[in-house]
Design a protein around this ligand. Structure first.
Ligand code: SAH
Length: 252
C-alpha cells in the first residue's frame, strides 16, 4: 500500500494526526526534500528506509514504490502542503493503477492556508471577495492560455500565486493588464509557518521591489487583493443577530 501524505506547509506540528500516524507506521518514506521539513522524518520508525525525491526522477520513485510493494511493505509518499496542489501526484497514481498497486491520499495543510495564517488573513471577506484564485506564472510547466494571469485578474478576486517568486515584474505587468490598480494591496509570504517565516505587505506595483530588497527568491506565495488590507468589508450575515439560522433564532 502506498499512502500519499500532505506534510503541511512547514511547521512539523502542522501535519495531520492521520499523516503523523502513517509516517510512524511506514516501512519506506519518499519525501519531497526541497520543501518538506526534515524534522518530520524523526517520526519514522527505526529501520525505515528513507528517500529524498528531490534527487530522484518519477521512474526512480516508482521503482522504490514497486520494490516496497513486492516485499509487502508500506510506503508513505510525503508531499509538501497538500498533495493536490502542484504535487505531481496524478502521474504517480496513474503508474500505480497500471501496475495494480493500491494507494490512498491523506490531505495536508496547504501553504496558501499557512500564508493566510501568517498574516491573520481571511481570503473571503463579504463585499470584497468571495473567491480565491490559486494559480501560477508559466515556468517550465506551461499554464493553459485561457488561464493567463491577466484574464484571471479581471475577476478581481483574491489571488494566491504559487511558484512565481522569480517572475514578479512579469506578474505585476500581467496583474495590471488584467485591471488591478498598482496600489492594490498585495503580500509576499516567505516560508509560511517555518521558523524563518517572513511576511511583507506591499502593493501590486511593488511586488518585485519588495522581494528584491528582502532577498526573497523562492519558497514564497504572493497574495493579491483588497483582503490583504481589509480596510473595508461587510460583517457576516451568519453571526448577524437579525437573521435566523438553522441553529439560532433572530433576536429582535
Ligand atoms: N502542494 C504544495 C505546493 C507545492 S508547489 C502546497 O499545497 O502548498 C511549491 C510552491 O509552493 C513553492 O514554490 C511556493 O510558491 C509554495 N510554497 C510551499 N511551501 C510554502 C511555504 N511554507 N511558504 C510559502 N510558499 C510555499
Amino acid at each position: 500500500m502506498i499512502h500519499f501524505v500532505g506534510a503541511g506547509p512547514g511547521a512539523p506540528d502542522l501535519i495531520t494526526v492521520r499523516g503523523q500516524n502513517l509516517l510512524g507506521e511506514a516501512d519506506v518514506i519518499i519525501y519531497a526534500g526541497s520543501l518538506v521539513n526534515p524534522q518530520l522524518l524523526s517520526l519514522a520508525k527505526p529501520g525505515c528506509e528513507i528517500h529524498n525525491s528531490a534527487e530522484m526522477t518519477l521512474e526512480e520513485v516508482l521503482q522504490v514504490m514497486c520494490r516496497a510493494e513486492e516485499a509487502g511493505r508500506t510506503t508513505v509518499r510525503l508531499h509538501t502542503g497538500d498533495p493536490c496542489l502542484y504535487g505531481a501526484i496524478r502521474e504517480q497514481m496513474d503508474a500505480l493503477d497500471a501496475r495494480g498497486i493500491p494507494y490512498d491520499d491523506c490531505p495536508g495543510v496547504s501553504s496558501f492556508c499557512g500564508a493566510a495564517s501568517a498574516l491573520n488573513l481571511e481570503y473571503t471577506l463579504p463585499d470584497v471577495s468571495q473567491s480565491v484564485i490559486i494559480t501560477r506564472m508559466a515556468g517550465r510547466t506551461p499554464v493553459p492560455e485561457k488561464e493567463e494571469i491577466a484574464s484571471l485578474a479581471a475577476h478581481q478576486a483574491t489571488m494566491v500565486v504559487f511558484l512565481s517568486t522569480g517572475m514578479l515584474e512579469k506578474l505585476t505587468e500581467r496583474l495590471l493588464l488584467g485591471g488591478y490598480r498598482a496600489d492594490t494591496p498585495a503580500a509576499i509570504v516567505y516560508k509560511a509557518t517555518w521558523e524563518d517565516e517572513k511576511t511583507f505587505v506591499c502593493t501590486v506595483g511593488t511586488l518585485a521591489e519588495t522581494a528584491k530588497k528582502n532577498g526573497i527568491t523562492k519558497t514564497a506565495l504572493m497574495i493579491i487583493g483588497d483582503v490583504v488590507s481589509h480596510s473595508h468589508y461587510r460583517r457576516s450575515e451568519l453571526y448577524n443577530p437579525r437573521f435566523t439560522t438553522g441553529y439560532r433564532e433572530a433576536k429582535p
